[in-house]
Ligand binder design. Sequence first.
Ligand code: NAG
Ligand code: CU
Length: 186
Amino acid sequence: MQLSWALASLLLPIAAYAADFPVAVGKDGFTFEPSNIAAAKGDVIIFSFYPKNHTVSRSTFDKPCQTKGDDKKDDSSYVPVSSASTPTVWTWTVDGTDPAWFYCAQTSPVNHCQQGMVFAVNPNEKNTFAAFQAAAKSAGTATSTSTAPSGSSTSNSGKNGASSLVASARAVLLAVAGTAVGFVLV
Ligand SMILES: *[C@@H]1O[C@H](CO)[C@@H](O)[C@H](O)[C@H]1NC(C)=O
Ligand SMILES: [Cu+2]
């Protein structure tokens, strides 16, 4: 008892600050639960894989459904699991303070990432989990062909055109209202 206490004290500088975060992978459809966490460098994320066959793969905020691809330890690769009562565990240690973005790379028979199966460590106000997941869900149209970006930018400018029309209509209304108020005040 005393020995283990002494050992614990020795390890305290490490142990006191490293936390474990359990995350369920595919337990309830195309999900990570929880879908995002706030963690410190050195914390350990314990992924439990449920049926049938998922991955935890690191990506980037800008390309949620594409592997970051530069480090094997950032990718569980495919983890086939046959029974929910015996999930398979894979761990990832938080390697920095910047946000880290992950997705499930399974595309058969459907693309899990595009179903919203993404996970984030330390998302922030600029790069939110919601924005990351929304980008994942629309990733199919953005990355499927080289012509997609120009197509989507066309529809964006169309949207912008429409909203600036609405904005100028509003401005006119406000100006009219302003004049009316000014008139009443004078
Ligand atoms: C898991 O998924 C991968 C990719 O779709 C596939 O190649 C592999 O055969 C699957 N494993 C099992 C056991 O189904
Ligand atoms: Cu999956």
